[in-house]
Ligand binder design. Structure first.
Ligand SMILES: [Zn+2]
Ligand SMILES: [Zn+2]
Length: 262
């Protein structure tokens, strides 16, 4: 899997963009950053978007993407997947005809730009370009796993061609996702705050390095790569040095724009 980091910060500053992870040019995990880094053609390549939770930094680029598509590429459909509570929030508070048009009915209800799909935690979703293929060898399987944040939130396990990537989204200390992370080819896990702000991390249900260390002990076999996302840019260097002090070889703080072969 080609993993392109469109954004991996816990806030917005020059060179620090909100979270969005593009897999093989077509599958997007979270949508904090799209149009500020992708060309028009690259935006049209996006077919599926999986959202972890309804916080603005994870959904905020979907409205502009829908608008960009409708201007010139009317027949392109983007499927948005998320748990029911997130879909409800998108419908009621964003694409409600007031904050932004309802692109699930535009340009026509029959052929809209956006389609919302509800997913249930732990029920795998198979994405396949060729549904007629009985075993869909080139398909992606995505499983939502509940994590612990201030609003209902999930992480995702993405499996494709024998490779496995797990993304936590925003979470404080949690449990269920770590069995999926065990032995994975890559884990994208959040660290939002420096250790000095552990009480704030716990209050807002995020992680700092000391909390992450405890979480990693819950994983039977550490993933080959552990990629840290969602740091507050104001504390980027501090978090980077605390990650280095952990002394775990495969842990790395993400930078926007990096591309990995998973
Ligand atoms: Zn959040
Ligand atoms: Zn966030």
């Amino acid at each position: 899997m080609k993993l392109r980091i469109l954004g991996s910060a816990g806030a917005e500053f020059p060179d620090f963009r909100p979270p969005a992870f593009l897999i093989d040019d077509s599958l997007l995990l979270d949508a904090g950053t799209i149009g500020s880094v992708l060309t028009e053609e690259e935006q049209w390549s996006i077919k599926n978007i999986f959202i972890t939770h309804a916080h603005l930094d994870h959904i905020r680029s979907i409205p502009a993407l829908a608008d960009n598509i409708i201007v010139k590429n009317l027949r392109h459909l983007v499927d948005v997947y998320a748990p029911q509570s997130v879909i409800d929030a998108l419908r009621n508070h964003l694409f409600n005809g007031l904050i932004w048009p309802d692109f699930t009915c535009l340009p026509t209800p029959e052929e809209p730009v956006l389609r919302f799909n509800t997913i249930e935690p732990l029920v795998p979703v198979l994405l396949c370009d060729k549904p007629e293929e009985p075993r869909c060898l080139n398909g992606y399987t995505l499983t939502a796993i509940t994590v612990h944040h201030t609003v209902p939130a999930v992480g995702y396990c993405v499996e494709h061609a024998g490779r496995r990537l797990v993304y936590t989204g925003d979470t404080g200390p949690t449990e269920e996702i770590w069995s999926y992370a065990s032995g994975a080819d890559a884990l994208i896990v959040e660290v939002s705050f420096p250790n000095s702000q552990e009480p704030l991390a716990l209050l807002t249900q995020h992680l700092c390095c000391s909390l992450l260390e405890k979480e990693l002990t819950k994983i039977a076999v550490l993933p080959k790569r552990i990629l840290i996302t969602h740091p507050k840019p104001q504390y980027y260097e501090q978090i980077k040095s605390e990650i280095a002090q952990m002394g775990i070889r495969q842990v790395e703080l993400l930078r926007d724009g990096t591309i990995y072969d998973i």
